[in-house]
Design a protein around this ligand. Structure first.
Ligand code: ZN
Length: 671
């Protein structure tokens, strides 16, 4: 999917937000835990587990402090209770705990059985990874990541497929095949390749360049063993001394060149994995090239077809890119003033088309945005196009040319705050300012979840009184993913025994399955999977879904830390984001058990303290009474015990008074 092909800053981890609640938070007082915090292992403090990227500090319980199910007694279960305002946390909670499951060992495979395991990408859009395992070894297809929403995992940069099983079986991995260069298919490589034992990576040329480019940001990692596959090429994969597996590749149409699908040859037939794709067609009739490619696939005996579901909620056939090309050419030719086109940097072919059309009509190109500049560079290196000399000009020279000779290609069509379009729209760009004579084309669709930021962008742009065109107003964008008409046609060509929709949220898989079933493919041979599901087919026809499920919870990339066990950190962030924090600082005389003075209270993101003096003074009295009552019978005074109780009491009080549950952090200093 294209949305994932454009990281906020070209793939590097986002800059860290400030963290007022730093390492001092956790050790100080069982932040928000119902139980006294000494009653269970807490794990490392927030900042304590920093490790270089992709040398994850923790991959499973065996690598770090024990974090069993008992952790659910912390913040998570409380917030999931009757007062919960974030119902999605329950599901999230379950999900993350699954990640901590024990290692799953699957029995060795006989020669007649093939095992298919989606590790990511069948419960979400992003973090795609599919395993095909035979007695000869494991072939992995794609290693993507997914951006996460601020709500479900505040501060987390990306989530990755859970590679525990691969780590446990790295000796059996014989190759990683990458279908194309979008980040939901390549983004995870720097983080997981080491854990997979650095197997060879097979992919086509452009994809190999994109993987290399990305790897440059991870200079400490060993060099990748990249093997370039020719379009339609066949690979005999395997380590030099080990068994080999034949993998046929086939070219597919997507929004980035050098996209391919793979067909993994096993004893009783092939497992065909589509990658992201659509169909090149004219009014619903596949082009001769597509007919040839897919016809060849159908000549093999195919056990299973695993296919892209991204657009499976749409019937019929998608708008062909050629129509978008015509529309864009028309605009470039006829526009009166400056033309600014916002698009995805990952839309290689479209960018190249825009550049060619600009050249055809004697216009200059200004590129704005790092990812666009990078990808244009890569496209030239891959010989996808060669610009005429003088086509590209710098933004600062824009004034040297008449307005109708300028085409700006810019990032930020999704309304990203820091991307070029928004920067220009909010007058933060040094050389470019919009005027009412400009025409802006948003050559992209709105990615679900980005509606509000795109709305903001449109409002900002239209304040200039300029002319704005987007995919709803004309054919300036087409998707890279086929509608059901295309998907059904492809499945018919492959003619598999089993069909498995992939690449999408559960609902998308359902729509895809229903469409295929309505088109005649039997329901009982359709598999709607979950991440970690172990599917086996024996003799090419006997299906068995194993009882065991592989660890599949998301592994998170959080700054320099990666791991699957940051539940407590995420939960704290969610709590802080929704209800803020409330810190009590009190000095306790350890001999008498009395407070030296009235306790100090610091709060952030909870309520406005200056206007809550009554609450504050009541809280102070409550703290004083609570601490002194508890301490009076103790000798020596046990501050830890008092803290735990104080947390409970203050939480209850604040909830009564405000209907909010800030994270309460008592700091008791004994003197
Ligand atoms: Zn894609």
């Amino acid at each position: 999917m294209n949305s994932l092909a454009q990281p906020p800053s070209g793939g590097a981890p986002r800059p860290r937000r400030s963290r007022p609640f730093s390492a001092s938070g956790r050790p100080l007082g069982g932040a928000g835990g119902k139980r006294p915090f000494r009653s269970g292992p807490r794990g490392p403090s927030h900042g304590a587990s920093r490790a270089p990227a992709s040398h994850g500090s923790s991959h499973g319980p065996s690598r770090g402090p024990a974090r069993g199910p008992s952790r659910s007694g912390g913040h998570g279960s409380r917030r999931g209770g009757p007062h919960s305002r974030m119902p999605q946390q329950r599901a999230e909670h379950r999900h993350i705990r699954e990640a901590n499951a024990e290692t799953v060992t699957l029995p060795p495979l006989g020669p007649d059985t093939v095992r298919i395991i989606p590790l990511g990408g069948v419960e979400e859009v992003g973090r795609n990874m599919t395993l095909v395992e035979t007695d000869a070894g494991i072939i992995v297809v794609d290693a993507g990541f997914q951006f996460v929403s601020e709500e479900s995992a505040p501060g987390v940069d990306y989530i990755l497929p859970n590679v525990r099983y691969l780590e446990d079986n790295k000796d059996r991995i014989i190759g990683l095949f990458i279908t194309h260069g979008h980040l939901d298919h390549i983004g995870g490589i720097p983080y997981v390749i080491d854990h997979m034992g650095n197997p060879p990576i097979y992919t086509q040329y452009l994809t190999s360049l994109m993987i290399k480019k990305r790897q440059e940001e991870f200079a400490h990692l060993p060099a990748l063993d990249l093997k370039v596959v020719e379009p339609g090429g066949t690979v005999l994969a395997g380590r030099p001394d080990g068994p080999k597996v034949t993998v046929k590749t086939f070219p597919v149409t997507h929004s980035i060149p050098d996209s391919m699908g793979v067909s993994i040859v096993t004893k009783h037939g092939n497992i065909v994995i589509s990658g992201d794709l659509k169909l090149e067609h004219v009014d619903g009739i596949a082009t001769p090239k597509e007919k040839e490619n897919w016809g060849n696939l159908g000549k093999d005996k195919n056990i299973m077809f695993i296919a892209d579901s991204t657009n499976a909620e749409k019937d019929g056939f998608s708008i062909p890119e050629s129509r978008v090309y015509e529309t864009i050419e028309g605009i470039i030719k006829n526009v009166k003033g400056r033309l600014i086109i916002g698009t995805f940097a990952s839309q290689f072919e479209r960018m190249v088309h825009i550049i060619r059309m600009a050249e055809k009509y004697g216009k200059k190109i200004v590129t704005e945005g790092r990812s666009i500049k990078t990808n244009i560079e890569i496209a030239q290196r891959a010989n996808i196009f060669t610009p005429q000399p003088g086509t590209f000009i710098d933004a600062q020279d824009i004034g040297d040319y008449p307005a109708d000779k300028i085409v700006v290609i810019a990032t930020g069509a999704q309304g990203e705050e820091s991307a070029a379009l928004m920067r220009i729209a909010t007058k933060k760009h040094k050389y470019i300012t919009f005027t009412e004579r400009d025409t802006i084309v948003l050559s992209s669709s709105v990615i679900p979840g980005n509606e509000i930021s795109v709305q903001k962008l449109k409002d900002n742009l239209l304040r200039y009184g300029l002319n704005l065109m987007h995919y709803r107003s004309s054919d300036v964008h087409s998707t890279g993913h086929g509608n059901t008409g295309e998907l059904i046609w492809m499945r018919e060509q492959v003619n598999p025994n089993f069909f498995m929709p992939a690449y999408g949220y559960h609902s998308m898989l359902r729509y895809h399955a229903t469409a295929q079933n309505n088109a005649g493919f039997p329901k009982e041979r359709t598999i709607i999977s979950d991440n970690g599901m172990v599917i086996e087919v024996t003799n090419g026809t006997e299906l068995n879904i194993r009882k065991e499920k592989l660890p599949s919870g998301p592994m998170m990339v959080d700054g320099f830390t990666i791991g699957d066990m940051q539940e407590v950190v995420i939960r704290d962030r969610q709590a802080l984001a929704s209800d803020g924090m409330f810190v009590i600082i009190a000095t306790v005389n350890l001999r008498t058990g009395t407070l030296k003075k009235s306790p100090d209270i610091i709060s952030r993101g909870f309520i406005y303290l200056r206007e809550s003096q009554t609450l504050l003074s009541e809280a102070r009295l409550l703290v004083k009474k609570n601490v002194e009552d508890m301490a009076s019978g103790m000798n020596p005074v046990d501050l830890e015990y008092i803290k735990a109780n104080l947390t409970d009491t203050v939480e209850r009080y604040l909830f009564q008074k405000t209907n909010k549950r800030p994270m309460v952090i008592p700091v008791l200093i004994g003197v």
